[in-house]
Design a protein around this ligand. Structure first.
Ligand SMILES: [Zn+2]
Length: 492
């Protein structure tokens, strides 16, 4: 194929006017082959960057491209930080800005550029451009790379890249090298801080399936994870809980606020899970029990087995003795205030329900006592230990009853287990004094503020003298996390 008058034709198509570099409008030169048919051909372009004092603050750089149509362009780069790699990328950006609709083949000796256009840019976009600090502005290498990706997308002509051998006998490549040097010294200034990047062409946040991850997470939570309080499964429990709270404490509470507390109260982690299953109506007891014997389906009194039945006892399982052991220990630590929340023996047919809202039920209802700053403080100091005692009491009974169901050699006889229960409950952590609690709070605050652990020093009391952390290990499951977020209104 022979090229005829490509430059003249090009000039003719643009009214014979040609400035230093044809930027805005750029057609594809038409060429004739021997048969006289008008064809489009690929234009070959060589890009190169040049840097002096590479990697230093005094670095100066230039970028250039030249083509087999004799057009060329070269610039002196400004902006920070400059380097040889920045200059190489800038040269390709300069070239793509000039040739947006022509079919071009870009020759470059930069491995970085070839890596970037060969998938590197897409990977960076997917990962959220995390290779350079985000607070840097557009003009940083990240900005330049984003601009390169934009230019690769926003074009109509064919585009190919080829590796040119650096410092070889490739005349065009050497010319590009020479032009880049010229550009560095005498070219007009191209400030890489001011490269224009239109919005919506390049994703700044990490993406998955062309959507930013934070958006996807939000959608998943909103669309596919129903709030437990709104599911049919949960509505049975929610309704019962609201009615029980209203009956016991004369308070109408929104279950949505308190359900997640099951993961926060100071009861054994396994009992938290048991309660969670109970709320979801998923405990394998009663008609959901599929064991061989009937013991999991029916109590000895022939009532259908359920968590509440187990925890309350019945005429065949009188739990009064065990309950006395619990009440005795609760009395020792409870402030003498007229709060029904202090007397689990009066909690009726849903013995553990108030555990979910003890804090709320004990807030701001009583007259100030003289010994402490407020009655709320007295209640709040003993509350974790009270939760611990009640939770462990229930957990022991549950374990014994389960043992009886699954181990035929074991008989649950409450009166024989009072001593065991007493020793279990005597292991309760002590109620911290107000001072210890303040110290604990300061220590926690300091710990949360500094993750390197040095903040331990800020509390004057030695670590071993501080109250034992009574709070059960929070179950950091996804479910709990989402629940917490939902009840905190994070996804509203
Ligand atoms: Zn029974």
């Amino acid at each position: 194929m022979e090229i005829h008058d490509d430059k003249d034709m090009f000039l003719a198509s643009y009214g014979g006017q040609l400035t230093a570099a044809p930027y805005e409008r750029h057609g594809t030169p038409l060429v004739r082959d021997d048969s006289g048919i008008i064809l489009e051909r690929d234009i070959h372009i060589w890009t190169d960057g040049s840097a002096k004092d590479n990697g230093l603050e005094t670095c100066t750089a230039g970028a250039a491209w030249t083509s087999d149509l004799t057009f060329h362009d070269e610039v002196s780069l400004a902006g920070i930080p400059l380097s040889n790699n920045v200059a190489e990328v800038a040269a390709v950006v300069l070239c793509l800005q000039a040739w947006r609709s022509a079919h071009i083949v870009v020759h470059t000796d930069s491995t970085l550029v070839l890596d970037l256009v060969g998938g590197g840019l897409l990977a960076m976009e997917r990962d959220g451009w995390r290779d350079t600090p985000r607070h840097f502005s557009m003009g940083t290498p990240t900005g330049l790379k984003k601009t390169l990706l934009h230019l690769l997308r926003d074009r109509s002509g064919r585009l190919a890249f080829q590796k040119a051998k650096a410092h070889a006998d490739d005349v065009s490549n050497n010319l590009a090298d020479h032009l880049a040097n010229q550009g560095r010294l005498f070219g007009r200034v191209m400030c890489i801080d001011n490269v224009a990047l239109p919005s919506l062409w390049v994703d700044s946040a990490p993406v998955l399936a062309h959507q930013p991850l934070d958006y996807i997470t939000k959608m998943v939570v909103q669309q596919f994870v129903p709030s437990p309080t709104t599911t049919v499964k949960f509505s049975r429990f929610s309704d019962r809980w609201v009615v029980a709270m209203a009956g016991l404490f004369n308070e109408v509470l929104d279950p949505g606020h308190y359900i997640a507390n099951v993961w926060k109260i100071n009861i054994p982690l396994k009992f938290q899970e048991t309660l969670w299953k109970e709320m979801n109506n998923m405990l394998t007891l009663g008609h959901r029990y599929h064991g061989r014997s009937d013991s999991g389906r029916f109590c000895r009194c022939r009532t259908e087995m359920s968590l509440n039945h187990i925890l309350l006892g019945c005429r065949k399982y009188v739990l009064r003795g065990l309950q006395a052991v619990l009440l005795e220990r609760l009395r020792r630590i409870s402030p003498s205030l007229p709060s029904r929340s202090l007397h689990p023996d009066e909690w009726g047919h849903s013995p553990w329900f108030p555990l979910l809202a003890l804090k709320r039920l004990e807030q701001g209802k009583f007259y100030p006592s003289k010994s402490l700053r407020s009655p709320n403080e007295a209640l709040s100091l003993s509350r974790p230990v009270r939760e611990w005692l009640i939770g462990n009491y229930f957990w022991q009974i549950w374990k014994w009853r389960m043992k009886e169901i699954h181990d035929t050699s074991f008989n649950f006889i409450p009166i024989l287990l009072e001593k065991t229960l007493a020793s279990v409950l005597d292991a309760a952590p002590p109620v911290p004094s107000a001072k210890e609690r303040t110290c604990m709070r300061d220590w926690k605050k300091a710990r949360d503020a500094s993750s390197d652990g040095t903040a331990h020093e800020q509390c004057t009391a030695p670590l071993e003298n501080r109250p034992v952390k009574t709070k059960a290990v929070p179950m950091e499951s996804r479910k709990a996390g989402i629940l917490r977020a939902l009840t905190d209104g994070a996804y509203d």
